[in-house]
Each structure stands twice: as structure tokens, then as C-alpha cells.
Design a protein. Structure first.
Length: 357
């Protein structure tokens, strides 16, 4: 997982390839091997995608650009004082992210927290943002008794319908699995959802983003990864959500990275709503991230803000959807993280999660 720059050398043809091309090929091949071969676990592969489905149709992986991999455009999960239900407000807030240089946003609102495919498409039209919509089921507690009773096969069928035909009776298709809800402790329903999501990934090649509650023991993360792997998921296309760079502990984070999955630091700015997350400063998190990059975790990192409450919006004094671009990345640059490394985390890693390339 080296991030060394290719030395610039004179073009000189060797067996049809220039030395520079041959060098690039070798670096790419070694990089792919380093990411995929995880000692002790069978390396699973799901097919890479030639396009990623957004709410306005497919886009080429290269067109994704700067991507926030875990946000909510609209969500109903707690109550009117918290939930995001105003389409005009959402469009205004997302417009600020677009204006700051954002290109793509993954909306993790799925079954249980009121997904609204036509609204997402309208907001995408208004903001010219590429929005990738989630398939699958949020946590047990947010589901109806009927949904909780569904078999693994029935859950899989719904996920495949949402990904391949259209979600919730519309033609708007999901482009990713998530957020797949796993509570603490995990329920039987949530385990069936994990199994179905793994099978859906194997069948379609889409990325998967899994919600875990904050500060759970490593064993619970590992058990869920074991379940996914046993059903054929590719852990290199799975993101572990709601990790905190300085609070989860280096051993915990490195153990997850060794399984090949993404570490999703998706709580930047959420402390305006969840006060207990303000205990560790942004500077401390930035320093932890810099150390992790030095240790070779660059290709495992994802950044997002999990905007899911009114308090997080700019209109209400929060940081909004452009917090990472405006406030987090400048701190990383000041700490010595290079432009290439930031591009890896904010453009290339989300693209590998979503498309496998
Ligand atoms: Zn979540």
C-alpha cells in the first residue's frame, strides 16, 4: 500500500511498452495485490462495475469525482425536531457542497428511515449533484413487524429489485447497499440482512456500507465481517461505518484494515448534534489520520459527515455537507498530508468502494 510517486524518467521503448508505462503497470499490479490479498482469509472477488448507478442513471466510475460516501439527504429516524424532511432546504444545503467542489454524494437513507427516490432525483436535478441511493435495510428497531419477519431470500429479492429494477415502486435504482443496519447487540433480523446484502453484492458487484453502533468491541465488527465473507461478499468492497480515527484505537482499526475493508470516518462535524463526540478535537483526529497514512492505511480510508439531523445543517448553525472540503482537508494539508493522498481518500477510495476500480 505504498503511496510513493513514480520517478519521472525518459521515455524509452521496451517490448512495445515505454519504461514509464511498464513501471506504472507494475505499481498498479503490486498495489492491487497489496489491497486484495489478506493473509488468513480467502480473498473473495465480486465483479467490478463499468458504471455506477445514480438516481439520474449510470455514470462512469471516472466521473464520480469528489465523493461523500455516507450522508443523508432526507431521513426520518428520530422525530420532527431532528429529521430531514424539507426538500427545498436539502437542495439549498447540497448546493453549498456542490459549490465547494463536491461532485457525488451517497445517500444512505434506505428501508426503515423513509427513502424517497423521486425526491432524490428532483434534488439531484436541481443541484446537479450525482446522488447514489442506498438499498437494503436499516436497523431492526426501525422496521415494521412484517419486514422483521422476512426470510433471507425475501430480503435479497427486495435488495435486487431496488438495485436492478427500481426502488419503492419507482424506476429510480439504488447504486449501493447501505446503510446496512447492525445494532448492539446484533439481532437475528440484522444477521439475515447481512447475509442477504452479501449475496446481493456477489450478484450485482455494488459496494456495501454497514452501520455499526459507536464504540462496539472489535469482536462484533469481526463477527459481522465473518458473516459477510461466508456469504461471498468481497470485504475490499465493504465500508465499516461510524469509526473515529483517534477514538477506536490503532489496534482495532488496523485489525479491520487487515481484513481489506474500508474504515469510514463519517462523523466529521456531527458533534454539533451528538455532544459526546466533541470530546476529541478535530486536531487530534487529524493527527491520528496522518499516523495511519504513515502506517500504510491510506487505501482503507473514507471521509464523510453523516448529516442526518437539522442541527448539522448550515441553516441551523452546523457545518453542513461541505465541512470536510472547507475545514478538514486544510488541517490535513497543514499536517503534511499531500494532495495526492487527499485525492486517494476523497476520490479514488470511494470509487473503488462503489465500482471496484
Ligand atoms: Zn449509521
Amino acid at each position: 500500500m505504498s503511496t510513493q510517486q513514480q520517478p519521472v524518467e525518459a521515455e524509452s521503448s521496451v517490448e512495445g511498452l515505454t519504461r514509464r508505462e511498464a513501471g506504472r503497470w507494475l505499481v498498479a499490479a503490486l498495489g492491487a495485490a497489496a489491497c486484495r490479498v489478506v493473509p488468513g482469509f480467502a480473498a473473495q472477488q465480486v465483479p467490478a462495475l463499468s458504471s455506477v448507478m445514480t438516481v439520474r442513471g449510470p455514470v462512469k466510475p471516472k466521473q464520480l469525482g469528489f465523493t461523500l460516501p455516507h450522508e443523508h439527504v432526507l431521513i426520518t429516524h428520530i422525530g420532527p425536531a431532528v429529521d430531514l424532511t424539507d426538500e427545498d432546504l436539502a437542495a439549498r444545503e447540497l448546493g453549498l457542497y456542490r459549490a465547494a467542489g463536491g461532485r457525488t454524494l451517497v445517500c444512505m437513507t434506505n428501508i426503515g428511515i423513509k427513502r424517497d427516490p423521486p425526491a432524490l432525483r428532483r434534488i439531484s436535478d436541481r443541484t446537479d449533484l450525482q446522488i447514489v441511493m442506498g438499498a437494503g435495510f436499516y436497523k431492526d428497531k426501525w422496521q415494521t413487524p412484517e419486514t422483521r419477519a422476512l426470510s433471507t431470500e425475501a430480503l435479497l429479492e427486495i435488495m435486487l429489485r431496488d438495485l436492478q429494477k427500481g426502488a419503492d415502486g419507482t424506476e429510480v435504482r439504488a447504486g449501493v447497499l447501505g446503510e446496512i443496519g447492525v445494532g448492539h447487540p446484533r439481532t437475528e433480523f440484522e444477521e439475515r440482512v447481512l447475509r442477504a446484502a452479501a449475496r446481493a453484492q456477489r450478484a450485482t458487484g455494488v459496494g456495501m456500507i454497514v452501520h455499526f453502533d459507536i464504540a462496539i468491541p472489535l469482536a462484533e465488527h469481526m463477527e459481522a465481517l465473518d458473516i459477510l465473507e461466508s456469504e461471498g461478499a468481497s470485504l475490499t468492497r465493504v465500508a465499516i461505518s461510524h469509526l473515529l480515527p483517534a477514538d477506536n484505537g490503532p489496534q482495532h482499526l488496523e485489525a479491520l484494515a487487515r481484513r481489506g475493508c474500508f474504515l469510514a470516518y463519517d462523523f466529521f462535524g456531527i458533534e454539533v448534534w451528538i455532544r459526546k463526540l466533541a470530546k476529541t478535537s478535530l486536531d487530534t483526529h487529524v493527527e491520528a489520520i496522518r499516523r495511519q497514512i504513515d502506517k500504510g492505511l491510506l487505501k482503507n480510508l473514507l471521509f464523510s459527515q453523516d448529516v442526518c439531523s437539522l442541527k448539522q445543517l448550515v441553516a441551523n448553525g452546523g457545518y453542513g455537507y461541505a465541512h470536510i472540503i472547507r475545514n478538514v482537508l486544510p488541517k490535513l494539508r497543514a499536517a503534511g498530508v499531500t494532495a495526492g493522498q487527499i485525492d486517494e481518500i476523497t476520490v479514488q477510495n470511494p470509487r473503488r468502494l462503489l465500482a471496484g476500480v
